[in-house]
Design a binder for this molecule. Structure first.
Ligand code: UDP
Length: 337
């Protein structure tokens, strides 16, 4: 626990999204006092299971000031972002506005009210096509798309804010987030969905005809890309530990969050077959532009310095938890929440 003698007061920006909503549930279990700020552009009201909810946008500087003016925020966790790689290539300015400029608004409001602790959702996309594997935090950053570039721009902005006015930040570079809380009351619900595991589960659930495998001629054991999948509640655990470090006076830092194991696209599909016992139609498709063959993290730094201990390391467990969520009757959920 942190040095605070009371429950930490946490602003979760983007707490109605996939990872943010798991964070809210995790923080609630730990007894934190939670405020959620979300504009519901991609998030869902019904995924917020705890805390005070404020519907609003990071473009609203008056709203931000009023949130911080009350003096009841110790730390800000920032999950809100546009995160579709393909869209970022086609519409880069949307990404620079939503991910960089809006974050500058948030940091400026924090600076104005003297709030100094910030946890940032960064991404493996900051590395682009890595020169060496596994990827450590010192591996050269070289994003290959505007999404990764905007996340890296925020990391740089945070470094400058530390030097300029003492803002302390921890940047967490997620590899492939997946899975759902055991309760299956929250989970991944993107529109449109582009990620491998939820798409394969949609095929298993009969909501999609087939899964396209993007490229079968990579230099990997079965020709398909290798990714490092990490359970969303393990990401939440890392944020919680990072928060306590900041509240204890830690310096700014950057951590990779992954399992340090690579699974191929075919291995994921096979594991979904095993977990669901359903037939999965697979179609071989061309490579997706910008996909590196292998992205695997070295997360030793987070384990050593934060004491991070992922609890859901097996691919089967990750997929089982996502499957429980996918089997829910989504027809009961209206388009608007
Ligand atoms: N992938 C695929 N078919 C799909 C979606 C993804 O073959 O319909 C592959 C993709 O090329 C990558 C891996 O699955 O190699 C993980 O992709 P995802 O979009 O889930 O995450 P990313 O690694 O791009 O962040």
């Amino acid at each position: 626990m942190s040095d605070l003698s009371r429950a930490p007061r946490v602003l979760v920006v983007g707490g109605a999204g996939y990872i943010g909503s798991h964070m809210v549930k995790y923080l609630d279990k730990k007894g934190a006092e939670i405020t959620v700020l979300d504009n519901l552009s991609t998030g869902h009201r019904d995924l917020i299971t705890a805390g005070k909810f404020i519907e609003g946008d990071l473009g609203d500087t008056e709203l931000l000031d009023s949130i911080f003016e009350e003096g009841n925020i110790d730390v800000v966790m920032h999950f809100a972002a546009s995160s579709l790689v393909g869209e970022s290539v086609a519409d880069p300015l949307k990404y620079y506005v939503n991910n960089v400029s809006r974050t500058a608004n948030l940091l400026s409001a924090m600076q104005h009210r003297g709030i100094k602790n910030f946890i940032f959702s960064s991404t493996a996309a900051v590395y682009g096509e890595p020169d060496t594997l596994p990827i450590t935090e010192t591996t050269r950053t070289n994003p290959t798309n505007p999404y990764g570039a905007t996340k890296l721009a925020v990391e740089r902005m945070l470094k400058d804010c530390d030097a300029g006015f003492g803002l302390k930040s921890i940047c967490l570079r997620y590899f492939n987030a997946c899975g759902a809380d055991e309760s299956a009351i929250i989970g991944e619900r993107h529109q449109p969905e582009t990620h491998l595991i939820p798409l394969v589960l949609q095929v298993a659930a009969g909501r999609r005809e087939h899964i396209s495998v993007f490229g079968n001629d990579y230099e990997t054991k079965d020709g398909t890309c290798l990714r490092d999948y990490i359970h969303v509640n393990d990401l939440a655990q890392a944020h919680y530990l990072a928060m306590n470090e900041l509240l204890d006076g830690a310096d700014s830092s950057i951590y990779n969050l992954g399992n340090s194991t690579g699974f191929s696209v075919r291995q994921v599909i096979d594991q979904v077959r095993l977990v669901t016992n359903e037939k999965i139609n697979v179609i071989d498709a061309p490579r997706r532009v910008g996909d590196p063959a292998v992205l695997v993290a070295d997360s030793a730094k987070a384990r050593q310095e934060l004491g991070w201990q992922p609890q859901y390391e097996s691919l089967a467990v990750m997929i089982e938890s996502a499957w429980a969520w996918h089997q829910r009757d989504f027809s009961e959920i209206s388009e608007n929440n």
